[in-house]
Design a protein around this ligand. Structure first.
Ligand code: CUA
Length: 157
């Protein structure tokens, strides 16, 4: 059977497209610069949260002249540490994980907001310019106390 040149061209073209779609679906998020939770961060085996250096003692640590790291644990129905205290105008990297079920770490009135999944570490680096007290809430339904799950972020001048 002889295949017309154009037909062959379109056949090849559609094959390329199919492969491109599969590649996009599989790796697309990487190429677009969107990082899915857990793509790069080291996973945290369930139940080992208390053996993990970062989370056995939830805290804020100074790691550089203007750099801080905050290790936060979300659990039914609170956040630790409580309150979370950071200085204004410094770079703070939050590492947040969940002890039990899915929660969120949402700082009210800011764009600091991430889903928090057991076994995963959500990371974000932020800088708070405005000193003050910010509410921390959970946006993912996590049980009977979900609506009472709140913490506090104090940004010191
Ligand atoms: Cu934790 Cu809703």
């Amino acid at each position: 059977m002889k295949i017309h040149t154009y037909e062959r061209f379109w056949l090849a073209g559609s094959m390329v497209l199919i492969v491109a779609f599969i590649v996009t679906i599989t790796y697309g998020t990487v190429g677009l610069g969107i990082t899915m939770i857990g793509d790069e961060e080291e996973a945290l085996p369930p139940g080992e949260i208390d053996e993990d250096d970062r989370f056995e003692d939830p805290r804020v640590e100074q790691v550089g002249e203007n750099e801080y790291e905050a290790y936060v644990v979300a659990q039914t129905f609170l956040f630790r540490p409580e309150p979370i205290e950071i200085p204004a105008g410094n770079e703070v990297t939050f590492y947040v994980t969940a002890r039990d079920v899915i929660h969120s770490f949402t700082v009210v009135g800011t764009n600091t907001n991430t889903m928090v999944i057991p076994g995963e570490v959500s990371t974000m680096t932020v800088e708070f310019e405005e000193p003050g007290e910010y509410g921390v809430i959970c946006n993912e339904y996590c049980g009977s106390g979900h609506h009472d799950m709140e913490g506090q972020l104090i940004v010191h001048p």
